[in-house]
Write a protein that binds this ligand. Sequence first.
Ligand SMILES: O=C(O)CCC(=O)C(=O)O
Ligand SMILES: [Fe+2]
Length: 285
Amino acid sequence: MSARIAHLPSDTTADQIAAGLRSDGVVIIDQLVAEEACDRVASELEPHLEAVRPGRDAFEGSRTRRPGALLGRSPSSVELIAHELVLAAVDQVLWPQKTTFQLHLTQAIAIGPGETEQLLHRDQWAFDFFEFPPEVEVEVSTIWALTDFTEENGATRVVPGSHRLPDEEVRSLGPDDTVPAEMSRGSVVLYTGRTVHGGGANRTDTDRVGINVDYALGWLRQEENQYLSVPREVAAALPERVQRLMGYQMGAYALGYMDDLRDPIRALGHGGADADGAPTFSTHR
Ligand SMILES: O=C(O)CCC(=O)C(=O)O
Ligand SMILES: [Fe+2]
C-alpha cells in the first residue's frame, strides 16, 4: 500500500482524480476553492456549529459537532457540494454508470480539542448488512478543509490502498496503517466508500473544521434525507443541477417517480421530461 496520499493541483482533471481514486482509493486536490468561499461557508455555518450538541457515541465523537442540512443552512456550500470537477470525477468512479448518483449526506464536522481518534471504517458500512461485490463502487466521500488539516488537529486518517481489501482484512487495520490527510484550507480529500479512514485525534486547542459531502448511487437510500432536511422553498430556489443531486430526479428507469409516473423535479415547479412524453429517466447524469 502506498504510504502517502497523492496531491493534485487545482487545475487537475476529472480523469486524473478518478485515476487516483481507482489506484489508491484516496486523493487530495489542493486549494480547489478560494479562502473567501471558505470564509462565507464558515460564517454561514457558525450559528449551527454553536447550536448543535456533540456526538452521542464514540463514532460520532463526544467532542465533535456535526450540523447537517448544509444546502438549507449555507447558500455558499453549493460551491463545494456541486463543484463541477468533483462531480465529474465522482461520475467516472461510481458504478454502474447507467443510474444517476445523488447526495448521500452533507455535514460540517468540527473535531474539538481533546477529541480522540474515530474508529476506522468504510463509509459504505452504512450498508453493512450487504457486502457489495468488489467491482461495485457505490459511494465517493469528500471532506473540504475549512481550517488547515494537520496531523495534530485531527486531519482525517486514511489507509491508502485499503479499498482493495476484503472486509475481514480491514478489521485488523490499526492507527499505524493510516496516514493523515494533511491539507491547507480550501483543499479537499476524496475517498471511495471502501477506503478505510476515520477522523483524527485533536491535540490542539482549536477546532478542526471540515465539510463532509458524500455521493452515492441513485438506487441506494440516502443517509441524510434531503427532502426533510432542506425546506421545499429553499430547495426550489437552488440550481436545477443541485436539485437533481439532492434526489429530485429519477434514480433509474423506475426509481423515484412521483404520483402518475412523473419526474420528481416537478415537485419543485419544473416541467419534467414526462411533460412531452419523453422518458423521465436519462442516463445522462
Ligand atoms: O471528520 C473526519 O475527518 C472523518 C469523519 C468520518 O469519516 C465519518 O464521520 O464518517
Ligand atoms: Fe467516514
